[in-house]
Design a binder for this molecule. Structure first.
Ligand code: PLP
Length: 302
């Protein structure tokens, strides 16, 4: 999995007693680099966890080739990737398993929640037991057994009906949500592209075979010092800009489970240079004004 990642997919591995191994990312999409994945595969490797950063798909074809060759499972961390596509296929449905998040920070939200998808009947059956505390209660509710009982290890991963009701409405508004986010994303891109292209900054890239859900808009500054100063200046101008992420291998816990000689140069560099600008549907109504404010902060400081 990438080290340029949120903690959840690494926690899932650690909590099962397995070892997350961090691969570097590609500088264009900030997604996991299949060439570095290949270098890190050993006879102990069991799975590849691509994280579709910012709602732009990883190189699934190259990863599938590696998975086939080494008999590995692909678990897509599609937390940021609901309603985004790779070569026409929805992200989260391409690997053996895909996981969505409906956390409050995501495009489609019910406050807290998520979805687990799999292409495998065998995995689906196991997951159904795991999510109902290791019981066959789902089979009971379908009338397949006359009482339910403890049949495997599990926990309580069921969603509350109340949150599911919120989620249902969000899902119905999926197209409007994506369209408004697209307007915000493109508003920033248009305001910044001509100014920044020549000055060592980099704007986000969506490769031609991928469709984004516009989850995140980011800019890579030429260096960390300028990034830090821009973040401060944007904030003092009322723009809630932030960094992303502390790479997992350099976090306090990550260091305890990662070899000292790990080298993830693109991860380190990009996370030091990254600025995220606010993206949310309501912002689409005043994106011209906000994008202009952002543009003027950048042009003052560059
Ligand atoms: C938000 C996020 C998660 C976690 O989602 P939860 O719903 O909090 O479990 C996992 N991975 C990535 C890449 C995320 O952005």
């Amino acid at each position: 999995m990438p080290s340029f990642n949120f903690v959840s997919s690494a926690n899932a591995v650690v909590l099962r007693g397995a070892q997350p191994v961090f691969a570097d990312i590609k500088p264009n999409t900030l997604n996991i680099d299949p060439a570095d994945v290949e270098r890190k595969i050993t006879s102990n490797t069991r799975a590849i966890v691509p994280v579709h950063y910012a709602g732009v798909g990883c190189e699934m074809e190259a990863l599938a080739t590696l998975a086939d060759r080494h008999d590995l499972t692909i678990v897509e961390d599609a937390a940021q990737a609901v309603d985004a596509y790779y070569q026409g296929d929805p992200l989260g449905t391409i690997g053996d398993i895909g996981c969505f998040s409906f956390h409050e920070t995501k495009n489609i939200t019910c406050g807290e929640g998520g979805a687990f998808l799999t292409n495998s009947t065998e995995i689906a059956e196991k997951a159904e037991l795991a999510r109902e505390k290791g019981t066959n209660r789902s089979a009971f509710l379908r009338g397949e057994v006359d009482k339910y009982t403890w049949v495997s290890p599990g926990s309580s991963y069921v969603q509350s009906d109340i949150l599911a009701a919120v989620l249902e409405v969000q899902l119905q508004r999926r197209e409007v949500i994506k369209e408004r986010r697209r307007r915000v994303w493109e508003g920033y891109h248009e305001a910044l592209a001509p100014e920044l292209e020549e000055t060592g900054f980099r704007l986000p890239v969506i490769p031609n075979d991928r469709e984004s859900n516009y989850h995140i808009f980011y800019v890579l500054a030429p260096n960390q010092d300028l990034r830090d100063r821009l973040l401060e200046r944007l904030k003092s101008n009322g723009v809630d800009a932030t960094f992303h992420y502390i790479p997992l291998h350099s976090s306090p816990f990550g260091q305890t489970i990662t070899p000292d000689d790990v080298s993830l140069p693109v991860t380190t560099e990009c996370s030091n240079r990254l600025i995220r600008l606010p993206v949310y549907p309501q912002l689409s109504h005043r994106i011209e004004e906000v994008a202009e404010r952002v543009r003027s902060v950048f042009s003052e400081m560059v």
